[in-house]
Design a protein around this ligand. Structure first.
Ligand code: ATP
Length: 629
């Protein structure tokens, strides 16, 4: 929790005032048994009616004042706890946004959702309770013991012993239950995970008649969570009977001792009633305090889980914008001074940057390997190639061959484990945050749109784009009919996740969104898979016609989508096993031949591939960066 205290910074006043007012309320409560004792001993016993009335009015004043203090305390506690949680949740959201894909993959979405929602709510409830009750309950307990001592020291000893035994019981139960809360939160994470997967994949589950299996898995996880919570609940439930037993024994002892002392004349009847009331107050407060500690511990466990996310720093670092600009300038100066080869200047492992517009390659991979965090397998191995500006590159390969992994390195969604990736002449790691992605339009494999109008979604590409520019991008993405067909056109509403659109419609709009950005590089990661062949062809033609030197990467399993590319990169099991245009690969590369002829069997010649062909494909695993220039 100490790691989160900074979120109180705007609520210091409220955080101090809430317990203070609660203490005032506690003082009012502590006075009540004394007044009642006075009514019994001096009012009723002596038939002193005016005293009884005065005491009665005083009791009302105490009650009203107590209520007002409690109300103000609650108000401050709510303001502080809600304010704390709002700021914490906002900062947590911002922090999660700043994490790289690597951290997000490692953490997982489910636990992040639980931490932002259920855990944050638990922290809020814990703070609210702590501010109101953490000081109040001990004060009432201590105050009651002190008051008991002022009434009768001998009887008060019973209080002391009873309170100590009660504390011991409460703490023993808490010690066992606290670790279980963490276990219960983890079980909730897992349940949330399967629920999310089920709900988002409900169509697939039904299509494969997997409802029974899914229900069974859900039941198992739910039962585990229930068992954990029940165990914690039973432990907590033990607290009440145990406490009542101790207090009832104390009350019996107190009444017995009180009766003896009243008979002996050393105590008044009203004083016994006051002592009884103080004992009752102690039990109520201790039970409240115990459940408060349980809640606070739950909240602390949740606060720790949230603080753990804050402790995770993005594995990606970015140079500050000014420093990066200076580096570009110095790089350009050193380039001028040397042979003109930008790679000749700068440190050995991180050659100096080349300013944009220098005619450098659009993209260059140099001995790039990638292993995902937590994975033993290499997703990409020793990939080297370079792409000139304005080229269209097709990337093909079997499922899991590393196509998405390769293109994800270009906008720096992940950092290469080894080697280096240059975009527009600069190492991707030398771009200040946001500068690299500003140059790249990415159409992800999974078409995802957000709740809002079509216009809202397209403006993600470029916030100040005009309607004319939006329509132009829509036309290129072959989405004109989609938008015109929707009531309201650009203002038509898209539901959460784009669920009111077909797969193909979503794909076209995500392509349009990337085109609105007018990027220098466009990456389409299998993003036309839901389009029919004619639309796919028209889309490629429209994009290629785009003005300027747009460099395009088209990832696809369909040979037809990439066959007209200037160059095709063929991946197999994370290795680059072929590079060239369609005709070259078809002539020389056995793997490409297999892929192509499996999709176009009618074009397959009636002779087996030659030995020479096979040997060429096996030597194409590594390609020198400059080979194709
Ligand atoms: N975030 C990730 N964490 C761990 N491993 C990953 C991750 N993403 C991909 N992989 C692994 O890396 C390898 C390459 O995956 P990648 O998604 O790049 O293949 P792909 O060729 O794009 O496949 P597809 O055509 O099915 O989209 C696979 O073995 C995959 O399991």
């Amino acid at each position: 929790m100490s790691r989160l205290l900074r979120f109180f910074r705007h609520y210091k006043k409220e955080t101090l005032l809430a317990p203070l007012f609660k203490l005032f309320e506690a003082l009012m409560n502590l006075l009540v048994p004394l007044v009642v004792a006075r009514i019994i001993d001096q009012g009723i016993a002596a038939s002193n009616r005016p005293l009884i009335i005065r005491c009665f009015i005083f009791l009302i004043v105490l009650a009203v004042a107590g209520m007002l203090f409690a109300f103000v305390a609650q108000w401050f506690a709510a303001k502080s706890s809600v304010g704390f949680t709002t700021e914490m949740r906002q900062e947590l959201f911002d922090h999660i946004q700043s994490l790289s894909y690597t951290e997000l993959d490692t953490l997982g979405t489910d636990t992040l959702i639980t931490r932002m929602t259920s855990d944050a709510n638990q922290v809020q409830a814990g703070i609210n309770m702590a501010l109101r009750l953490l000081l109040r309950s001990p004060l009432i307990v201590l105050g009651s013991i002190l008051m008991a001592f002022t009434i009768d020291a001998k009887s008060a000893l019973i209080f002391l012993v009873a309170t100590l035994v009660l504390f011991a019981v409460v703490f023993a139960i808490m010690l066992v239950s606290i670790p279980l809360f963490r276990k219960s939160q983890r079980a909730l994470d897992r349940l949330l995970g399967i629920t999310r997967e089920n709900l988002s994949g409900v169509r697939v589950i039904r299509a494969f008649c997997k409802e029974e299996a899914e229900i069974q898995e859900f039941d198992e996880r739910n039962a585990y969570l229930t068992r954990t919570n029940e165990f914690v609940g039973r432990l907590s439930a033990l607290m009440n009977p145990a406490s009542f037993l101790i207090v009832n024994i104390s009350i019996i002892l107190l009444i017995q001792l009180g009766a003896v002392r009243v008979n002996a004349g050393s105590m008044e009847q009203g004083q016994v009633v006051a002592l009884y009331n103080y004992l009752a107050a102690i039990i109520i407060e201790l039970i409240k305090f115990a459940s408060l500690l349980v809640s606070i511990n739950k909240s602390l466990a949740c606060a720790d889980r949230i603080a753990d996310v804050f402790d995770i720093q993005s594995s990606m670092t970015y140079p500050p914008a000014i420093a990066a600009a200076a580096q570009v300038n110095s790089a350009s100066a050193s380039t001028d001074m040397t042979s003109g080869n930008p790679d000749a200047s700068g440190p050995a492992d991180r050659p100096a940057a080349v300013p944009d517009g220098s005619g450098a390659d659009a993209v260059r991979f140099t001995d790039v390997s990638l292993t995902y965090a937590g994975s033993d397998e290499t997703a990409l191995e020793d990939i080297s190639f370079s792409v000139r500006r304005g080229q269209t590159i097709g990337i093909i390969g079997s499922t899991g061959s590393g196509k998405s992994s390769l293109v994800n390195l270009i906008p720096r969604f992940y950092d290469a484990t080894r080697g280096r990736v240059d975009v527009l002449g600069r190492d991707v790691r030398d771009y200040p945050k946001g500068d690299l992605i500003a140059k790249i339009g990415v159409v992800p494999q999974k078409a995802l749109l957000f709740e809002g109008s079509i216009r809202d979604n397209l403006l993600w590409g470029q916030a100040d784009a005009t309607d004319e520019e939006l329509w132009e991008a829509i036309a290129r993405a072959q989405a004109t009919e989609v938008v015109k067909g929707k009531e309201g056109g650009l203002d038509a509403l898209i539901e959460q996740g784009g669920r009111n659109l077909s797969g193909g419609q979503k794909q076209r709009l995500t392509i349009a969104r990337a085109l609105v950005k007018k990027p220098e590089l466009l990456i389409m990661d299998d993003s036309a898979s839901a389009l029919d062949f004619a639309t796919d062809a028209a889309l490629r033609q429209a994009i290629r016609k785009m003005a300027g030197s747009l460099t395009i990467f088209i990832v696809s399993q369909r040979a037809s989508s990439i066959r007209s590319a200037d160059r095709i990169l063929l991946l197999d099991d994370g290795r680059l096993v072929g590079s060239g245009n369609h005709e070259e690969l078809l002539a020389k590369n056995q793997i490409y031949q297999e892929i192509y002829y499996s999709q176009f069997p009618e074009e397959k010649p009636n002779r087996p591939p030659s030995d020479e062909t096979a040997s060429i494909s096996s030597t194409q695993g590594k390609e020198a960066p400059d080979e194709d220039k």
